[in-house]
Structure formats: structure tokens, C-alpha cells
Design a protein around this ligand. Structure first.
Ligand SMILES: CCCCCCCCCCCCCCCC(=O)SCCNC(=O)CCNC(=O)[C@H](O)C(C)(C)COP(=O)(O)OP(=O)(O)OC[C@H]1O[C@@H](n2cnc3c(N)ncnc32)[C@H](O)[C@@H]1OP(=O)(O)O
Length: 225
């Protein structure tokens, strides 16, 4: 169900709330490359059985690199502006743990607009492991929370998750393309009722329903209820 009633230009601009905004194209290729290398590094560290000399050398190298990077840090709350293929503009925190462009811990889950809502694909490695060979249940909830939060933001206005209920139908496997979808079911004032699903090999492994409560935007209280 598409419920986008607001032209993009009327959506809240994070700059108006004192949050810095980085356009996706402004993120240097070198930073994207570093994020990808560190993403791989986390997987290597989590799984390594290298000898202790190698481990000690690696720890010293990483400590040195961390010190060099920490000399200049972004402001907390920095947003990234994404231009979706549909022409919509989406804002998200740049370090968002699920989708953040600069967060090496993010899978990342990238969502695009569909006639029904949003859709993305992601494949998770052992960094996201709960039971042997399976995705951690908390991460399943995180993927669904992100998807339903984003569809609510893109189709209405940004909100916070007030309630999220997840049904784990089948085990969600690692190293398998997962399809994540989300849609807005209905809107009542500031309350946006949303749902989402994760599928592996076309079968639903987890589904969620959630209530997003739209952020109060000064000057729009009457419209928002
Ligand atoms: C500015 C630009 C920034 C751009 C930004 C873009 C970001 C775009 C990407 C998003 C993608 C992120 C995806 C991850 C999303 C998270 O991870 S959000 C983080 C986790 N959630 C939280 O921390 C929320 C914590 N809770 C709260 O802050 C507050 O309880 C809430 C949810 C804001 C609601 O508080 P409130 O605004 O004071 O609303 P309130 O008047 O109490 O309630 C409004 C209505 O909702 C109902 N309600 C409230 N809570 C509940 C509940 N738990 N159960 C049932 N009903 C409830 C009330 O009964 C009321 O109903 P009506 O009386 O109107 O019928």
C-alpha cells in the first residue's frame, strides 16, 4: 500500500534540526573502500586461528590505524541523504548499525522502493551468527526494524519504533541471500502501522508488525494529530 501523501520537498530536512547532512556522493571512494576492508577484517578476526605472533602483530597494526583515524571524528547524529532509484529522498544516520554507509559493522541492508513498499537483499556471514549456521534473532529483529522504520519514513514522515513484534517462522540461514520487504498497512494520526518479512529461498523465515510513532515536527501538529 502506497500512502505517500507528502511531496519530497515538504519532508523534514534534518539540517533544520541542527543535524549535519552528507550526500551519498560526497562519501569518498577511499572511505567506502576502508569500510568494506574493515567489514572483512571483523569477519577475519571473528574466525581466525592464526598463530599468536600474527595475532599480536595484527593487534598493534590495528591499534595504530585506529589512532590515526580517530584524529577527526564526525558529529553524533550526522545524517546521510540517499537518492532512491524511485526519485525519493531518504535520510538515515550515517553510522546506522543496519544500513549506515560508513559503519563497517552494518551488513549493510540497502532498501529500494517497490509498488508495495520497500525491498532489499542482504547476505549475512558468521559475524551475525546466533545458533550454528543461523542468523541471530536480535539481528533478524534489527533488519525488520530498519525496514519497517524506513518504509514509514519514506511513505509518511520519520518516526520512532514504539512497538515491534517478531514471529520467527523458520531458521534464517547465514550465507544465503535474504529478501527483506516492508510496507505501510495504515496510518492513524501520528501512528503508522507497518509490517515486514524476511525470506530465504522464497520462504518467509521471519515476519514483524510494528507501530511507528511519527516525530513531532513543529508547525505540523494539527496535521499530525
Ligand atoms: C527530523 C529529521 C530526522 C530524519 C530521520 C530519518 C530516519 C529515517 C530512518 C528510520 C529508520 C530507523 C529504523 C529504526 C527505528 C528505531 O530503532 S527507533 C529506536 C527505538 N525506539 C525508541 O527509542 C522509541 C522510544 N519511545 C519513545 O520515544 C516514545 O514512547 C514514542 C514512541 C516517541 C511515543 O511518544 P510520544 O511521541 O510522546 O507519543 P504519545 O503521545 O505517547 O503516543 C502517540 C500515540 O501512540 C500510542 N503509543 C505510543 N507508544 C505506544 C506503544 N508502545 N504501544 C501502543 N501504542 C503506543 C499512544 O497511545 C498514542 O495513541 P493515540 O492516543 O494518539 O491513539
Amino acid at each position: 500500500m502506497t500512502v505517500n501523501t507528502q511531496p519530497v520537498t515538504e519532508r523534514p530536512d534534518p539540517r533544520a534540526f541542527g543535524l549535519p547532512v552528507v550526500e551519498q556522493a560526497q562519501i569518498p571512494a577511499e572511505l567506502r573502500s576502508l569500510v568494506a576492508r574493515v567489514h572483512d577484517l571483523v569477519d577475519a578476526v571473528a574466525n581466525t586461528e592464526a598463530d599468536t605472533d600474527t595475532l599480536a602483530e595484527a593487534a598493534a597494526t590495528v591499534e595504530g590505524v585506529t589512532g590515526r583515524l580517530n584524529v577527526a571524528r564526525r558529529q553524533i547524529g550526522t545524517m546521510v541523504q540517499r537518492d532512491l532509484q524511485s526519485g525519493d529522498v531518504e535520510y538515515g544516520t550515517i553510522t546506522n548499525i543496519v544500513s549506515g554507509d560508513t559503519n563497517p559493522a552494518a551488513p549493510p541492508l540497502l532498501l529500494e522502493r517497490t509498488p508495495e513498499g520497500l525491498r532489499g537483499e542482504v547476505t549475512l556471514n558468521t559475524v551475525y551468527q546466533g545458533p550454528p549456521g543461523l542468523v541471530h534473532g536480535g539481528w533478524i529483529a534489527a533488519l525488520l526494524d530498519q525496514a519497517v522504520g524506513s518504509v514509514s519514513a519514506v511513505e509518511t514522515t520519520p518516526g520512532l519504533t514504539a512497538k515491534l513484534e517478531v514471529n520467527y517462522r523458520r531458521p534464517t540461514p547465514l550465507f544465503t541471500p535474504l529478501e527483506v520487504t516492508a510496507e505501510v498497512d495504515r496510518v492513524e494520526g501520528r501512528k503508522v502501522f507497518v509490517s515486514g518479512r524476511i525470506r530465504a529461498h522464497g520462504e518467509v523465515t521471519a515476519e514483524a508488525t510494528a507501530l511507528m510513532v511519527q516525530v513531532r515536527i513543529p508547525g505540523t501538529e494539527t496535521q499530525q494529530g
